[in-house]
Design a protein around this ligand. Sequence first.
Ligand code: PLP
Length: 542
Amino acid sequence: MYCIQESHLLQKTSPVSIATAPAATQPHSKSLTIPSKVESTESGTVAESYQLCAKVSAAISTCFETMEAGDFKDFAKAMTDYIAEYLENIRDRQVVPSVKPGYLRPLVPDTAPEKPEPWTAVMADIERVVMSGVTHWHSPRFHAYFPTANSYPAIVADMLSGAIACIGFTWIASPACTELEVVMLDWLGQMLGLPEQFLARSGGEAGGVIQGTASEATLVGLLGAKARAMQRVKEQHPEWTETEILSKLVAYCNKQAHSSVERAGLLGGVKMRSLKPDNKRRLRGDILQEAMDEDIKNGLIPFYVVATLGTTSSCTFDALDEIGDVCNSQNVWLHVDAAYAGSAFICPEYRYLMKGVEKADSFNFNPHKWMLVNFDCSAMWLKQPRWIVDAFNVDPLYLKHDQQGSAPDYRHWQIPLGRRFRALKLWFVLRLYGVENLQKHIRKHIALAHLFEKLCTSDERFEIVEEVTMGLVCFRLKGNNENNEELLRRINGRGKIHLVPSKIDDVYFLRLAICSRFSEERDIHFSWEEVKNSADEVLAQK
Ligand code: PLP
């Protein structure tokens, strides 16, 4: 119980005990004193000011009926047991709940409780209120989108991060928060085989930072590129106004790039051109070069390119090496978005897909997708962070400190000011799994995707839409889109597994992503049976 007695706030004369404070507001406080003698002052009576003091003191000395360490330990232990049970038996839950919008409101009171409740009451409501409406992303039967990571070490790290609860915007705001992040991003960069020019240990300005999401990283890259281009063009054309220069800037991406890339263009107030990929959905160097030549001819200034390694729709890889040559020759900032597939580069056999990465200015992937580090943890490296750090430097006195310049102040590397101690998650996961087991995790997912691909190709009614390189299989029933739309409706309607579709060049297909760290061969066979049985139903109807 946390009690403060601030009796020094009161000037004591002849004391009168206040015993009338409502029990609810000061259930355990000792009695306070005010003087009995009342004098008039210009602004009111002395008694009034004593009463105010007494109220302040009463508020300070209030003991909250909240959780003590003993209760916390019991609650946390109960929750740990619950979490382990939940995850180990997640396969048995219905992957998508059958609740309807608005299901939750009737399950909870209309207003927050006035009085504290016991933690056991909260525990008792988790299944009823929460789990009844949860989509189980970590079920081996969840195959939608891309995976989102989940591991015990990361969950425990999040507990510690919650306990430390620092906001590491500057080095001094919590030196360990910044320094562990710097080192973890070096560890991670080496695991991926990133060139030294990206790493802090190279001794230059380069280094990594944990952003919340890949979307933020793309925007941060764009803002850096914009700052660099603005400075260069201003030097070349001092007569041009900023608005004029801004209106000429143009960025590029694959038409198959994630929607967050287009959004980064909108947020950054610049043109973003989506370019047509080749017949394997890869953005190629010649297509990019052609687009830039055309834009330059029309007086525009190419300044930023996003290359995607592992597109969201079908997990294809832009020709980074070719794109890198074009960008380097035009002094254009190249950002790599490897949100999902980047994790696979910890396995050397997949690094051919990032050939040319040394030509990039920034690189990003999400350990929170496929590397067992719970959301949010999006790793970004910048060769020249100065374009972000200096261009958007707002430096109020209250954020300054004596060590400025000797270590990164990560507030300058990102959009928000506040940041959590996310490096703990990386540290715990990397240490408790070891690179070896993380590689096994990636390889197993890819092998399971190939198993599903094999099952699919063994049924002549189906076709594979895109080459399977990672843990994603894009497939469809041969024939029209309508049958495939109906197939997906049936699969999801049966409620045993969950998939989402995509469409490229008017061809509608289904995406089956291997998402769960609990996925086994038998789960893939189960999912295939679901797909096959649903297809039987669709085709029987025709
Ligand atoms: N880029 C790609 C290629 C993606 O696949 C995704 C999400 O799946 C994103 C960006 C967006 O990721 P985030 O949610 O971390 O912003």
